[in-house]
Ligand binder design. Structure first.
Ligand code: PMP
Length: 400
């Protein structure tokens, strides 16, 4: 009965790792997936996460019963504080409902399913380009997906004018997906002044902001600074949604721990919205897993562990920034044709190199360097040892 099933394509991002794993070369380098690696090229479990796990193991009172549909209550409360700020009036006024979801992706999906069912405007605008999964998540949830101009290949920066024009001509009430910080794949973020202009425009047109926050703490190294965009939109008293992921900033990729918050006008609305989120979640996966959320709650509730986390997070962010400088220096040393200043200017895990798909294919074939075909490289996968190899490959690709 399944013989008619045709083979589906590999995921454009995760498929890079599949190809990488098949390559026998000892010099191969995977810069595809956005996962942090140490200077030695190894995945990293944060010390503070190990400590939290030890505390959890030692606590004999811990049980493995189901969590409620909305997840671990303390985790939800602490996650809201992390993104909206400890002194957020919206939290004090109980206007926010926060539910634990399956990392960033699951939070986006639950939010989108809720919007498709209960919001009057089913069109969502996503930046061009954006993380490859956005279109699929929103489409399958029943939203219609359109894009707004974001990146300008000529300047390798923000196309601010294009963004304002496109959001300015979006239908009133449309949903707008915004990367809270460290835009993936471009590494280009609006300045705070630009965020303020975006906020004014969106509020004047009644556009609904849906923040995707997958990199809080990774852009600047400061958790508060990286949440400024979100907090601006909450401070004006209006509604918004936010999807949080702890994959990158706590290195909890495979634990699938994240949260969806919906900021409402009143506590009464928030409580009704939460009752509907439960109806979205229950038939999808019943309730979320307990382990990752317990790690996060253990860290966020304790001053000392929290401080330790911020130090480790800053170290990851700083290593990535140092990779930017090393790669830029290596290209300068080779007199590689072109302006590569964007490597240092761009923010977060990725550099949007400007290399085209042919150049990427050349680098994979000749240098065994793997990345997405749009020329995005994960700076978190680089080390001092591998920078020269990458610089050689880029130099050869653009000199051909
Ligand atoms: N949004 C963006 C912009 C991302 O880059 C990612 C991870 N690559 C996610 C969401 C979701 O990641 P996860 O589901 O692993 O939290």
């Amino acid at each position: 009965v399944f013989s008619h099933v045709v083979r589906g394509p590999e995921d454009p991002i995760l498929g890079v790792t599949v190809a990488y794993n098949k390559d026998p070369s000892p010099n191969k380098l995977n810069l595809g997936v956005g996962a942090y690696r140490t200077e030695e090229g190894k995945p990293l479990v944060l010390n503070v996460v190990r400590k939290a796990e030890q505390l959890l193991v030692n606590d004999r009172s811990r049980i493995k019963e189901y969590l409620p549909i909305v997840g671990l209550a303390e985790f939800n409360k602490l996650s809201a504080k992390l993104i909206f700020g400890a002194d957020s009036p919206a939290i004090r006024e109980n206007r926010i409902t926060t539910v634990q979801c399956l990392s960033g992706t699951g939070s986006l999906r639950v939010g989108a399913e809720f919007l498709a069912k209960h919001y009057h405007q089913r069109t969502i605008y996503i930046p061009l380009p954006t993380w490859g999964n956005h279109t699929k998540v929103f489409n399958l949830a029943g939203l219609s997906v359109k894009s707004y101009r974001y990146y300008d290949p000529a300047t390798r920066g923000l196309n601010f004018q294009g963004l304002l024009e496109d959001l300015g001509s979006a239908p009133s009430g449309a949903i707008v997906l915004l990367h809270a910080c460290a835009h993936n794949p471009t590494g280009v973020d609006p300045t705070l002044d630009q965020w303020e202009r975006i906020r004014q425009l969106m509020r004047s047109k009644g556009l609904l902001p849906f923040f995707d926050s997958a990199y809080q703490g990774f852009a600047s190294g400061s958790l508060d600074a990286d949440a400024q965009s979100v907090r601006m939109f909450v401070a004006d008293g209006g509604e918004c949604l936010a999807a949080q992921s702890y994959a990158k900033n706590m290195g909890l990729y495979g634990e699938r721990v994240g949260a969806l918050s919906i900021v409402c006008k009143t506590a009464d609305v928030a409580s009704r919205v939460e009752s509907q989120l439960k109806l979205v979640i229950r038939p999808m996966y019943s309730n979320p897993p307990i382990h990752g959320a317990s790690i996060v709650a253990t860290i966020l509730r304790d001053r000392n562990l929290y401080n330790e986390w911020t130090i480790e997070l800053k170290a990851m962010a700083d290593r990535i920034i140092s990779m930017r400088h090393q790669l830029s220096d290596a290209l300068r040393a080779r007199s590689t044709p072109g302006d590569w200043s964007h490597i240092i200017k761009q923010i977060g895990m990725f550099t949007f190199t400007g290399l085209n798909s042919k150049q990427v294919a050349f680098m994979t074939k000749e240098y065994h360097i793997y990345m997405t075909s749009d020329g995005r490289i994960s700076m978190a996968g680089l080390s001092s040892k591998t920078v020269p190899h990458l610089a050689d490959a880029i130099h050869a690709a653009v000199s051909r």
